[in-house]
Design a protein around this ligand. Structure first.
Ligand SMILES: Cc1cc2nc3c(=O)[nH]c(=O)nc-3n(C[C@H](O)[C@H](O)[C@H](O)COP(=O)(O)OP(=O)(O)OC[C@H]3O[C@@H](n4cnc5c(N)ncnc54)[C@H](O)[C@@H]3O)c2cc1C
Length: 392
């Protein structure tokens, strides 16, 4: 049986950033993923300026490698469209920051190739984890192909349906803090703004979810809708039909799709929102990214926090001096929420307000027009920074 200091389960942004951050630590790392790379991930593909910040903080010159990475399109604004069709643009240009949109099949391959640059990282691909057994001297991870791997500690970065969380944690999915999302790639959508804004359309029967259209390289677009899972359970909407209906009939949208062509069938996936605190650790394990439910409850963005949690997890493992007791690991939970809870909670408050169409119109018109709220909504701030800015 192969033995490692650290087993990272999941090679998405969270798992790869943990592997990249462990570079130079002398720890042997298994980077396990059920898929072979490159692989697709259902997503809006938007990389906020905070993602760029996070990449700049990773070793192996990840930030400058991302500058050179070509499969992305810049975007210099975020457009919020309210139920009454008025809109507010948050300019990234004015703040001297840039966001990007990059198909996840390309962006995740970029992150994966950074992660395996480190000689201490061994990729183990193509077979998902089946069980994890706890022993006094470590964990034994059994893969679906029958292979077993031993590790001192496991980082669960295996996404929204995390097997690591299911096996090792008692927390269950809460529909009130979960969103259902659909994505479809298109070619030939027209009407994007000059600054390539990513567009969030808050239409009445999706609130607080929204319909999105994001520009992609090569005249393509990422189009989709998201709705709270508790609303899906209650109202039982046919989300695929809803998406088709908006594209074909919505007065604000239909003309822009007149000559557009769908490049794939509609695909769906879940978004575990970070609007409720969870247990993120236990004896010999930490949860990262979507496995830890760290998605922004208003925008649905989770890539920045996935990368941030990968960095925090790696720093914690390096400083833990091999003390992986449940009590000691709680320091990771505290650090994650110290950095992220202020922003997650603020976005949750706005999400609650956006459930009401009248308030949603007001928020888009007045609050999104406010410079402070704009800063808070688009940028990743720590709880302390948010408190300090509100005080000011
Ligand atoms: C429809 C939709 C739209 C979204 N739009 C955006 C957006 O525009 N911008 C944004 O920032 N965020 C967006 N998100 C959220 C974003 O996709 C996630 O927050 C992000 O992918 C989290 O990264 P991760 O590394 O935690 O998990 P993932 O990216 O999901 O990676 C998990 C990895 O684990 C692997 N894995 C899963 N199970 C196992 C197993 N049993 N064994 C081994 N490996 C396993 C998977 O193959 C995968 O490679 C969206 C999500 C959805 C569903």
């Amino acid at each position: 049986m192969k033995s490692f200091d650290v087993a990272i389960v999941g090679a998405g942004p969270a798992g790869c950033s943990a592997a990249i951050s462990l570079h130079g630590s002398d720890m042997s790392v298994a980077l396990i993923d059920k898929s072979e790379f490159p692989r697709d991930k259902i997503c809006g593909d938007a990389l906020s300026p905070d993602v760029v910040n996070q990449l700049n903080m990773l070793p192996l010159e990840t930030g400058s490698m991302f500058d050179k990475f070509e499969e992305k399109i810049w975007c210099k604004a975020v457009r919020f469209v309210s139920p009454n069709f008025s809109h507010a643009d948050v300019s990234l240009n004015q703040r001297n920051i840039t966001g990007y949109v990059s198909p996840r099949i390309d962006f995740d391959q970029f992150m994966f190739s950074q992660a395996i640059k480190s000689e201490s990282v061994t990729p183990i691909l193509g077979s998902g984890i089946k069980t994890i057994q706890k022993h006094s001297d470590g964990l034994v991870i059994e893969l679906a192909n029958g292979e077993s791997i031993k590790a001192d500690v496991v980082l669960g970065a295996d996404g929204a349906n995390s097997a690591v969380a299911r096996i090792l944690s008692e927390d269950k999915m809460d529909k009130n803090h979960h969103c259902a999302g659909l994505r479809q790639y298109y070619e030939g959508v027209t009407g994007f703004s000059e600054d390539n804004a990513v567009e969030l359309h808050f239409y009445k029967d999706l609130l607080p979810g929204y319909f999105w259209v994001f520009p992609l390289p090569g005249n393509r677009a990422n189009v989709g809708i998201g709705m709270l899972s508790s609303y899906v359970s209650k109202r039982k909407p046919n989300l695929k039909k809803k998406l088709k209906d908006i594209i074909e009939n919505h007065p604000n949208i239909k003309d822009r799709f007149k000559d557009a062509k769908a490049l794939e069938e509609v695909k769906g996936f879940g978004l575990p929102l970070g609007s409720k605190k969870r247990n993120l650790s236990g004896e010999r394990y930490l949860l990262l990214g979507d496995a830890a439910s760290l998605i922004n409850p208003l925008s649905g963005e989770g890539i920045a926090n996935a990368i941030r949690s990968g960095r925090v997890a790696a720093d914690y493992i390096k400083s833990a001096a091999a003390d992986y007791s449940a009590k000691s690991m709680k320091a990771y939970d505290r650090e994650i929420y110290r950095r992220m809870w202020g922003e997650l909670r603020l976005n949750y408050w706005i999400q609650i307000a956006m459930r009401n169409p009248t308030l949603c119109n007001f928020i888009v018109k007045r609050a999104i027009g406010n410079a402070l709220v704009q800063d808070l909504v688009i940028s990743g701030f720590s709880a302390e920074q948010i408190r300090a800015r509100f005080k000011r």
